[in-house]
Design a protein. Structure first.
Length: 192
């Protein structure tokens, strides 16, 4: 695994100026990789789009849908029975009432459950969420360094206007940080 020092910049021009100062300090252009990190939620990490398997706000919605379908399905079947008994019409009203009740109930149950407040996260859940909250959008300048260059490159990036200077280990191939993951929060350096 390669040792990488990276920083975020607001514009490509600022990252380019930092890259020039790094090259003037003796860093090879092959050791520099500039790229853009999209805003959270737009990385399309999953086939359906987005950065996570499910929307965290939808937690528990399936239980509300099933519960609502059961309750309103029974209510609809009861209304269908009453109509059948009162008017002597086809028993099809029982099935129709149950179906319509189940459909409407599933929608109402899901909406009701989703609108409710969710319990607080545990410490472990909060820590996991923080580790995978990702990073802010912006232009990243990554530098492949040797161990003796880390401090000097960090200072140069910070002096050039880089924020969130981080150290990482990753695959560096063909002048690029190949396994960069925007969904993992950076391992930020402590400012001196």
């Amino acid at each position: 695994m390669a040792l990488i020092v990276a920083a975020r910049f607001e514009t490509f021009e600022a990252a380019k100026a930092a890259a020039i100062s790094l090259m003037n300090a003796g860093i090879s252009s092959d050791a520099l990789h500039t790229f853009y990190v999209n805003p959270a939620g737009t990385h399309d990490a999953f086939p359906g789009g987005g950065d996570s398997v499910a929307d965290p706000g939808s937690e528990g919605g399936q239980y509300g849908a099933v519960g609502g379908a059961a309750i309103f399905g029974l209510l609809g079947a009861g209304i269908g029975m009453a109509v059948t008994y009162s008017f002597g019409v086809s028993a099809l009203f029982i099935a129709g009432g149950a179906g319509i009740g189940a459909y409407v109930g599933s929608l109402l149950g899901a909406v009701y459950k989703l609108g409710r407040a969710h319990p607080e996260r545990s410490r472990a859940q909060s820590r996991l969420a923080q580790e995978h909250e990702g990073r802010p959008s912006g232009v990243m300048l990554a530098v492949h360094v040797e161990a003796d260059q880390v401090e000097r490159v960090s200072v140069l990036l910070r002096d050039a206007g880089g924020v969130e200077v981080e150290r990482a280990r990753g695959q560096w191939r063909d002048g690029q940080w190949q396994d960069f993951d925007p969904l993992i929060s950076p391992n930020l350096e402590v400012k001196p």
